[in-house]
Design a protein around this ligand. Structure first.
Ligand SMILES: Cc1ncc(COP(=O)(O)O)c(C=O)c1O
Length: 282
């Protein structure tokens, strides 16, 4: 692995200094929450090594959000970033190729680069409403393509792919014998009907998400990946164990409390965001 710091992290507000920023026009999540804002207090936790896959009650809550997902399909990670790192380093080696639909989150590009992979980019265009062109993705595939990587809901444009495009990407991954990674970190900020969790559609699809953006609690570093392929999940678990054995009991305790309140929290948040969006669009 050939690590270099990513610009997005070097220039992150917490690195630059929040006190030096007068107007933050590019924050990617809702306002950071205090424990008291969300009505949480820390339970009297035993600070042992937690379950390596992540606390079972937390995985139950994550799996219960969507049809077709079981708690053992879920691996709790150190944020979505931790999940993305585990996926790239488990699936890819220097002789592999991947297709990245761009813009994409920096980790989805820089970790494969650090591994030494060949990357083909398929760029989304403003003129096309940032819509995915499955034929261009197909054309970028090579015999050694191991991964197709896409973010949806999309950061930074906020666009969503259609159900037909998601199904076409899943079918392409299955036909090519590679994996489809869908970074769904913004899924809980979707208005209206959501796409299904990609991992629920195929064993070749891997979903990633976290509590950082929609819930404003990036400081607890709780995210997850979902795969219905048990052998692949075992490999991801091995990676997690080699990185840090298990997650933080305190982080997982807070995450459980947040997901217990998930529906009420989002029911308050989403209409407020829709109001602001309408003001900006007017
Ligand atoms: C698309 C996307 N994926 C993943 C992440 C990482 O989030 P986390 O805080 O869950 O590691 C971000 C953060 O900005 C993001 O925008």
């Amino acid at each position: 692995m050939n690590y270099t710091r990513m610009v997005i992290e070097r220039e992150a507000p917490e690195e630059y200094g929040y006190e030096r920023i007068r107007y933050n026009l590019s924050e990617s999540s809702i306002a950071d929450q205090k424990l008291s804002d969300i009505g949480l207090s820390l339970p009297d936790l035993t600070l042992f090594y937690g379950e390596h896959r992540g606390d079972k009650a937390l995985r139950d809550l994550i799996a219960a959000q969507d049809a077709g997902i079981a708690p053992d399909d879920v691996l709790v990670t150190a944020g979505a970033a931790g999940a993305l790192f585990i996926i790239s380093t488990s699936l890819l080696s220097a002789s592999d190729h991947l297709v990245v639909i761009r813009p994409n989150y920096a980790t989805n590009i820089e970790t494969p680069r650090a591994i030494g992979c060949a990357i083909s980019f398929v760029d989304l265009a403003f003129e096309e409403g940032f819509a995915i062109d499955v034929e261009r993705i197909k054309a970028a595939m090579r015999p050694n393509t191991r991964l197709i990587s896409v973010t949806c809901p999309h950061n930074p444009t906020g666009t969503m792919m259609s159900r037909a495009d998601l199904d076409a990407l899943v079918a392409l991954a299955e036909a090519s014998g590679c994996h489809l990674l869908v970074d769904e970190t913004y899924r809980d900020l979707s208005y209206g009907k959501r796409l299904p969790v990609a991992a629920s559609l195929s064993k070749k699809a891997i979903s990633v998400s976290s509590l950082s953006k929609a819930f404003g609690i990036p400081g607890i570093r709780i995210g997850w990946l979902i795969t219905r392929d048990a052998a692949l999940q075992e490999k991801f678990l091995a990676a997690k164990e080699q990185i840090g054995i298990c997650g933080s009991i305190i982080d997982e305790g807070i995450a459980r409390g947040m997901l217990d309140r998930r529906d009420a929290f989002l029911a308050k948040l989403l209409p407020e965001m829709a109001k602001r969006r309408d003001i900006v669009q007017a």
